[in-house]
Ligand binder design. Sequence first.
Ligand code: LMR
Length: 396
Amino acid sequence: MFSQLPEPALDPILSLSVAYRNDPREHKVDLGIGVYKNSQGQTPVMAAIRQAETLVYQQQTTKSYVGLAGCEEFNQSMTELLLAGTNAMPRVAAIQTPGASGALRMLGDLLKFAQPETTIWISDPSYVNHRPVMEAAGLKVRSYRYFSRDTKQVDVEAMLADLKTAGKNDVVLLHGCCHNPTGADIDFAAWQAIAELAQHQGFTPFVDIAYQGFGDGLLEDAQGMRYLAEHVEEMLITTSCSKNFGLYRERTGAALVVGENAQAVAKAKGRLLTLARATYTMPPDHGAALVKTILQTPSLTQEWQTELSAMRHRLISLRHLLCEELRSVQQTNAFDFITQHKGMFTMLGFSPDQMARLRDEFAIYAVADGRINIAGLTEADIPYVAQAIKAVSILK
Ligand code: LMR
């Protein structure tokens, strides 16, 4: 039966890491997968994580099963990180999941069960895994206009015009901050407009906030999502500890359901546990044990926040350095949008051919849709990358 299968399609992001590793050229730059690198080009284990690992190692007495929802103290801490102080706290339920992709899939499956006719709207463009996960859950997927290739900013007017046509059976997937892949975020006024539309049109917002802390700060990055949670009856949230705790390989995330009241979300959580049992039984514990330890130990929380803030400030500085270099080599301010984008990514607006030239002629690996990972740059790479961008900007 397997020989009948079609050739598998390569994942547009994960396949880049393999191609980069196999490239024999001495000078190469990996701006593909969303991973933070320091100025030496490494992705070190965060100091707060190291300390939490020591504590967990010393204190853990068993490796026995935890439970279908994962670690409930982790779930509580993540819920507080996202929603503390909002009126959603008494009507939210959370489960720990294998990364945010696992959370997306669990909530997609929940939607398919609770409202089989759901259409989920994703931004154009969106995170490459949004459509595949939601289609795998059996949902219909539609796009709303989001990014203007001319201004390299969000076309809020077009976005809201599309969302005006979403209705009761629709769920609208939004990026909480640091939009992937464009780096272009909506402002607070747009969040307010979306909340109003959700109330009027009856659609359910779904916020994927995988980069909390990489834009303007932990609380600042959650403001739009928090406003929505305050103003709608039902809402879904996915979050990840891959980036802000640097726990990429530990697959640590959470899925949250905000509902009308505690009884309603208890039912949703019950269904999520049944779905988890039928999919992976329970999430891996190690990453959640570390995050829980950090968030429940004030000195470690402080240390983690300081490290995260240093990463954020370095990202902002890399954006400015790249922009200045491009200004000086190109004598143009055409790339100034890079400093206005937030988080790890920026959409250059290059064609797949131009992205292929970056790879083939300069050994610079980035996603074919034009996304570069600013967090993959080192300060030393910037002049080389700016020259390469200049070279491929001139159409052959
Ligand atoms: C990315 O977009 O590069 C990351 O979120 C990694 C992934 O899971 O695709």
